[in-house]
Design a protein around this ligand. Structure first.
Ligand code: SIN
Length: 485
């Protein structure tokens, strides 16, 4: 199949950029359009030897990239960001084609992705060291930051572009070269980024893209001493495996893992705003974000009204192929994702939940699912215990603030959380007590490049974006300089 009308057709390629060339491979992995389930192409299924060669190539480049001036690195990153914006429409089409999200959301993601390159172009110039007050007259003490070294990044299918730039921006800014392994479900956005990296003038070993089986590539990153740092976004289950395996070489690792975000609505909240926030948080990317509201906790007095208002807004959704005008809910990524959502809905209903809207696979077939609102959902329902990663809004009502907080924190993960209330004292109490890396108050979308994105508990290790993101790719070196008196 031809890519959908790209202005620059070369952005869509069935090969990888590594070892300084565009290369295909004898064994390929097919990639499917989740809207039609048709194959859109295939990308290399690289074996460990090829990954090893890419790492060797990266190690050579690492020495010179680390020596470039921050200002030069900033220039490359800015050029790259500008090219992303210039090619926004094509990149968005590629994303919608392989990932399924509505075109407007893909355009938004391209801007979001480019913003990380732009932000870290600026941060590259601000990685200060310290002059430390000495404890002996003849000594001078100082410290500075150094790049960790060759970095392997492993990124998911739900945000095929921004999860890469959120890692590659700070890595390159810090002076680390990157080998990027995108999800095998959505490799084309990463490959398009490699095309633009070349156009931006990046030296060939600075950003390589390799596709293949996740275990093969991750294991090579973990076992190969040439890779000094790994950054992963994905499930907590896989994060734990990587963390355990990284112990062998004490490999530096950043993990951005799953969430189970509570969305708490108190009776004093502006309900119209709360519904608006709920729609944005829950249904962005058809509910396939790790920060999306997973458990709705609504104060008993307004629970019914909130559910009615939410269901009414959901009834206006248009589900369909992301390229169609007006569609705001695309398909789920694959049939396994659909089965998970459906099993959560069935389980909640069986445990006493009540259906307000949706509740079954969509008549469009494939992996389309009806946007769903359930009330009276019990705390022991699967959708309260695990991330659903789909268009299901389960509502549970509570009576007191203490109860809301107890339920909100009754999870092993702690990424995002949301609350709607107009009581300032309660906002302080709740934000201080909630066990999450990110808290949104009277707002449904919290992601942006200038804030520290990340979680507590089993939601991961480290922060992305913000002034802290670059630290994930740096080591601190301390220098003790004698004979100075
Ligand atoms: C994610 O779902 O992993 C990221 C979402 C975001 O950046 O908003």
């Amino acid at each position: 199949m031809n890519p959908p009308n790209l202005a620059q057709a070369s952005l869509f390629r069935n090969c990888n950029f590594y070892l300084g060339h565009w290369k295909d491979f004898s064994k390929m992995i097919p990639v499917y359009d989740p809207s039609s389930n048709q194959e859109i192409g295939s990308v290399p299924d690289l074996p460990a030897e090829e990954i090893r060669a890419a790492i060797l190539f990266a190690e050579k480049e690492q020495r010179s990239w680390a020596k470039t001036l921050p200002k030069e690195r900033a220039k490359y990153l800015r050029n790259w960001a500008n090219l992303m914006i210039q090619n926004r429409e094509d990149l968005a089409k590629i994303m919608t084609w392989e990932q399924g999200k509505p075109l407007a959301e893909s355009r938004g993601e391209i801007d979001y992705a480019a913003s990380y390159l732009e932000w870290f172009a600026e941060e590259a110039k601000r990685t200060y060291g310290d002059i430390i007050p000495t404890h002996r007259k003849e000594l001078r003490l100082l410290s500075w930051k150094e790049p960790i070294g060759v970095t392997g990044i492993l990124t998911p299918w739900n945000f095929p572009s921004s999860m890469i730039t959120r890692k590659v921006g700070p890595a390159l800014a810090a002076g680390c070269v990157v080998i990027s392994k995108p999800s095998e479900l959505t490799p084309y956005s990463a490959i398009a980024l490699a095309v633009l990296a070349q156009e931006a003038g990046l030296p060939p070993g600075v950003f390589q893209v390799v596709t293949g089986r996740p275990e093969t590539i991750a294991d090579e990153f973990l076992d190969n001493p040439g890779v000094k740092k790994i950054s992963f976004t994905g499930s907590t289950r896989v994060g734990k495996i990587l963390l355990e395996k990284s112990a062998k070489q004490i490999k530096r690792i950043s993990l951005e893992l799953g969430g189970n975000a509570p969305f708490i609505v108190f009776a004093d909240a502006n309900l119209k705003e709360a519904v608006k926030g709920a729609i944005a948080s829950k249904f962005r990317n058809t509910g396939q974000t790790c920060v999306c509201a997973n458990r709705f906790l609504v104060e008993e007095k307004v629970a019914d009204e909130f559910a009615t208002m939410l269901a009414e807004e959901v009834s206006k959704f248009k589900v369909g192929n992301g390229f169609e005008e007006g569609v705001n809910q695309g398909p789920l990524i694959h049939s396994a994702a659909l089965h998970k959502v459906d099993s959560h809905v069935k389980d909640a209903l069986q445990k006493g939940g009540k259906l307000r809207i949706g509740g079954k696979p969509h008549s469009l077939g494939g992996s389309f699912y009806e946007p769903t609102v359930l009330t009276n959902v019990t705390e022991d329902s699967l959708c309260f215990q695990e991330e659903t990663f789909g268009p299901l809004a389960p509502i549970h009502s509570f009576k007191t603030e203490e109860e809301a907080l107890r339920i909100a924190n009754a999870t092993s993960v702690g990424l995002a959380s949301y609350m709607y209330t107009n009581d300032p004292a309660r906002i302080w109490r709740m934000t201080e007590s909630i066990e999450a890396g990110m808290v949104a108050v009277n707002e449904g979308i919290l992601s942006t490049e200038q804030v520290p994105f990340g979680g507590v508990k089993e939601s991961g290790i480290g922060r992305e974006g913000s002034k802290y993101g670059i630290e994930e790719y740096q080591e601190i070196k301390y220098i003790c300089w004698g004979g100075q008196s």
